[in-house]
Design a protein. Structure first.
Ligand code: AOF
Ligand code: ZN
Length: 385
């Protein structure tokens, strides 16, 4: 007898099962990363961290580090789980950063995880700060909690790139940011009545970038030409960015906006010992207006940018925006101190009398990201150092 033809064979191999489980776990970790990113305006100098607790294939709790000095992600996730009437015992946690094991502003997350009797923890990436650096994972394992490290590691590293760089090098992540026309001009000629290159959407984006950053720096030429304020002009963002200028000869005008607003928005003038000594009266007036003066060593007649970055690192700045002009952008670029270029391009043509960018784009750049900002486009170009 001829049997019924076999129409469909579904062999659910161990390999397929493992692959599906990996994808599901990856999705949980990606969700934890999205949660983490919600802390972007308030966690610095702490990293953004998210955590999700899963039991019997259901999410039973989630949380993220919402602001500096407050609960860490893991504790918020455990509290959320309990508040929803679930027990975290024997559950799996997905956390975007290695749980801390030290007493800082809050107690160790490892202790909270152990107390909650979590069975397994997926960690996206190690916390490279000297207080943690593998010790959190070790402590969990010593308490028989299974730990898997490295799920969505690249995304987790990208999310807190400034935090990891500061821990590794003592310097913030450096973004060179400028706006340009299609013919790579950064500004209109001086005699032009035009001021803005980019549209309102792009300018709003810049304020969001400032809100996510710890500091912003310009050269003295930009202060003299534009008299910028460099603050965050959107009431939604309450955090204060540290503003700085590179001014080796202390040329800063007393009546410029940066000086005049230093009581409301912190402002540092990087200069040198000789200039401080030569302008003692001006130094006192600047200090009276709350400007901070920092003497930096000179290298070949220019302030050492490396030393400026180290000073900002000591002030816990995770991310620095260099906003020009062309001389300052080129100085950071040529000193190999930049991590990323952010170029806002407006569909206008300024012509040969405009202010030109004076370095060539890196020809080796890959992974360039584009963002549409109405009629403008933002290009984010990572630099491989
Ligand atoms: C975590 N989960 O959500 C965060 C962690 O002063 P504290 O207590 O807030 O500790 C700050 C340090 O804890 C910070 O430098 C980083 O090493 C780690 N951040 N760790 O387990 C979190 N935000
Ligand atoms: Zn913690």
């Amino acid at each position: 007898m001829i049997g019924m033809p076999k129409l469909f064979t579904f062999s659910f191999s161990f390999f397929t099962y493992n692959n599906i489980m990996m994808k599901i776990n990856e999705q949980y970790m990606l969700n934890a990363l999205v949660l983490a990113s919600q802390g972007y305006l308030a966690t610095a100098p702490n990293p953004m961290v998210g955590a999700i607790i899963v039991k019997d294939k259901k999410v039973i709790g989630s949380g993220y580090h919402q602001s500096f000095g407050h609960n860490h992600a893991e504790v918020n996730a455990i509290e959320d789980c309990i508040a929803q009437g679930h027990s975290p015992a024997d559950a799996t946690m997905f956390v975007t950063l290695e749980p801390c094991c030290h007493f800082g502003k809050t107690p160790p997350c490892t202790d909270a995880i152990i107390k909650a009797k979590i069975k397994k923890v997926f960690v996206a990436t190690i916390d490279n700060s000297s207080k943690v650096d593998g010790k959190g994972i070790q402590k969990l394992r010593e308490h028989n909690i299974e730990v898997e490290v490295g799920l969505c590691q690249k995304q987790a590293q990208q999310l807190n790139a400034g935090f990891f760089k500061l821990n590794d090098t003592g310097k913030p992540l450096v973004i060179l940011k400028w706006a340009q026309s299609l013919d790579a001009k950064l500004a209109w000629p001086i005699e032009s009545a035009n001021r803005w290159l980019t549209n309102q959407t792009a300018r709003q984006h810049v304020h969001e970038l400032r809100a996510k950053s710890g500091a912003i720096i310009v050269g003295i030429g930009t202060v003299l030409a534009d008299n910028p304020m460099l603050n965050i002009r959107n009431t939604e963002y309450r955090n204060k960015i540290l503003r700085a200028v590179i001014d080796s000869e202390l040329q800063i005008p007393m009546d410029c906006q940066l000086v005049q607003t230093a009581k409301d928005w912190p402002f540092i003038i990087y200069t040198c010992e000789t200039a401080i000594k030569a302008h003692s009266e001006k130094v006192q007036m600047l200090k009276d207006l709350n400007c901070q003066l920092v003497a930096i060593e000179k290298l070949n007649d220019h302030l050492s940018l490396e030393e400026i970055l180290i000073d900002l690192g000591k002030r816990n700045v995770l991310q620095l925006i260099v906003e020009g002009g062309p001389t300052t952008l080129a100085a950071f670029y040529h000193a190999n101190l930049a991590d990323e270029l952010m170029v806002y391009v407006a569909p206008i043509i300024i012509g040969s009398r405009g202010l030109a960018l004076n370095f060539d784009f890196p020809t080796t750049a890959t992974d360039i990201q584009t963002t549409d900002l109405a009629t403008n486009t933002l290009y984010e170009i990572p630099l491989a150092l």
